[in-house]
Unconditional design. Structure first.
Ligand code: ATP
Ligand code: MG
Length: 139
């Protein structure tokens, strides 16, 4: 059965462009409840830990530089079928391929600076939430 939580980050490009409020509004209007949320700023090392799964990919170093280049918002979201529904709301990784009306279509500027992160499985949603928030089960 699909879980009811996912994890998101509003990435430095969207924060820098002043789009965080508009993105959070879309998230809430799509039926997600914000369970936990904070503004933070990753070091390059910590960005590298978060995206460790991609460490062999050619874009890994650039990705870590970019993700540590400015503030982000990290948040845990709750909704039925949260992981899949949130991936639908944000759209494809590359905004050029993202469906009309998705967050990445509206706000992303490149395949790297793509406005938001969304977990790809229930298991990773739990791991990624724990990366930023202690004792998430109490929320
Ligand atoms: P995310 O995990 O951030 O939600 P995703 O699951 O759609 O994105 P992944 O394949 O997990 O995509 O890639 C993680 C992030 O790495 C992307 O969101 C993007 O910022 C960056 N990225 C992915 N592919 C490329 C690429 N070919 N060139 C540059 N950056 C990339
Ligand atoms: Mg991913």
């Amino acid at each position: 059965m699909a879980g009811n939580r996912t994890f998101t980050m509003i990435k430095p490009d969207a924060m820098g462009a002043g789009n965080a409020g508009a993105i959070l509004k879309m998230i809430e209007e799509a039926g997600f409840r914000i369970v936990a949320m904070k503004v933070t700023h990753l070091t390059k090392e910590r960005a590298g830990q978060f995206y460790e799964v991609h460490k062999e990919r050619p874009f890994y170093n650039d990705l870590c530089e970019y993700m540590s280049s400015g503030a982000i918002i990290a948040a845990i979201l709750e909704k039925d079928n949260a992981v899949a529904d949130f991936r639908t709301l944000i759209g494809a990784t590359n905004p050029a391929d993202a469906a009309e009306g998705t967050i990445r279509k509206l706000f992303a500027t490149s395949i790297e600076a793509n406005a938001v992160h969304g977990s790809d499985s229930d298991e990773n949603a739990a791991i990624e939430g724990s990366f930023y928030f202690a004792k998430t089960e109490q929320f």
